[in-house]
Ligand binder design. Structure first.
Ligand code: SAM
Ligand code: SF4
Length: 324
């Protein structure tokens, strides 16, 4: 087990398989100007598998999530899933959903357990403004494809922003109930490319839940190791959740580490320091060397992100370069 100096056991590995993306969400990436990591600097599937294996075998990690950039733009993604399936962990993916019509079946067949689709507006114009792409119908169809492929539950992540899409909370709740997907509202975090985030843009999770409960009565479920506060509709309409990363941070129970596409380990979403595992891998480091570097990174993890305090420093990487 990999326990940090605050007693938190780490067992959840987030792997960014690419920094590239076919969307350009305004709160995540600039429209242009991001320089992609050269292909030779991106970890190969074999390198990813080896690092994941060290985390699982040496430290008991039991959960791996594939992310990006947009993970589905990485060629042959089902092959990677096939390699990771042997590790016998909960294997999931966060995606913008645009390629699920083609990939949901092959990913499911390769052994992917769960999928989360990010979707911030159900209105075509607003969706296009937010993502800088006209692909709402493609994403909605992708959600259907994920359900048809047998993923269960399919979760839909909504970044809720004041004055941007906070008027769609009930529309999303209704959408989730009707489509049989679990909608989870995420608070907007200061990881935007333009560094224009301000606290007033954050819609508190508590307010979102109250808005929904006024229309669809809810019952809170016991919160486990998931950062989401999850609720059940009293009429049996399924589940809905909020992730209050800013107003009620999960840091005291955080069990995650993140691997960037170029093989840098981050012990926190908001880290300003990283551990270069790719060099170790490519310079012939042993599994002991890799395990020691991973353990040192986690040992150096701080108590929490400090958003809102004067000491908070926004990391230079955008969310797309970190992996959500
Ligand atoms: N491209 C994939 C997607 O969109 O799901 C995976 C990568 S994306 C960086 C992962 C998650 O981060 C998405 O759910 C996205 O909405 C979320 N995200 C991006 N920027 C964010 C921000 N500034 N605050 C909160 N969540 C953010
Ligand atoms: Fe791409 Fe996902 Fe970021 Fe949108 S949120 S720009 S889909 S990485």
């Amino acid at each position: 087990m990999l326990v940090d100096s605050f007693g938190r056991a780490h067992r959840d590995l987030r792997i960014s398989v690419t920094d590239r993306c076919n969307f350009r969400c305004t709160y995540c990436m600039p429209e242009d100007g991001l320089v992609w990591v050269p292909r030779q600097d991106i970890l190969s599937f074999e390198e990813i598998e080896r690092l994941a294996r060290v985390c699982v075998e040496r430290f008991g990690f039991d959960s791996i999530r594939l992310t990006g950039g947009e993970p589905t733009v990485r060629a042959h993604l089902p092959v990677l899933v096939g390699k990771l399936v042997g590790l016998d962990v909960d294997l999931s993916m966060t995606t913008n959903g645009s390629a699920l019509r083609t990939l949901a079946g092959p990913l499911r067949a390769a052994g992917l357990d769960r999928v989360n689709v990010s979707l911030d507006s159900l209105r075509p114009d607003r969706f296009a403004e937010l993502t800088r792409r006209h692909e709402l119908d493609t994403v909605l169809d992708g959600i259907d494809a994920a359900l048809e492929a047998g993923f269960s539950p399919v979760k839909v992540n909504v970044v809720c922003m004041q004055g941007v899409n906070d008027d769609e909370v009930i529309d999303f709740a209704t959408f989730g109930r009707e489509r049989g997907v679990e909608v989870r509202f995420i608070e907007f975090m200061p990881l935007d490319a333009d560094h224009t985030w301000t606290p007033v843009q954050v819609v508190p999770g508590e307010r979102i839940v109250a808005t929904i409960a006024a229309v669809y009565p809810l019952r809170a479920l016991v919160r486990g190791s998931d950062p989401a506060e999850v609720f059940e509709y009293l009429d049996g309409g399924g589940r809905v959740g909020a992730i209050p990363s800013v107003t009620a941070p999960f840091c005291a129970r955080c069990d995650r580490v993140r691997l960037t596409a170029e093989g840098r380990l981050r012990n926190c979403l908001f880290s300003v320091e990283e551990t270069d595992l790719r060099s170790l891998l490519r310079d012939g480091g042993s599994d002991d060397d890799l395990a020691a570097a991973i353990a040192a990174s986690v040992a150096a993890k701080g108590p929490g992100h400090q958003i809102g305090s004067v000491s908070f420093v926004q990391p230079p990487r955008t969310m797309s370069q970190i992996g959500g």
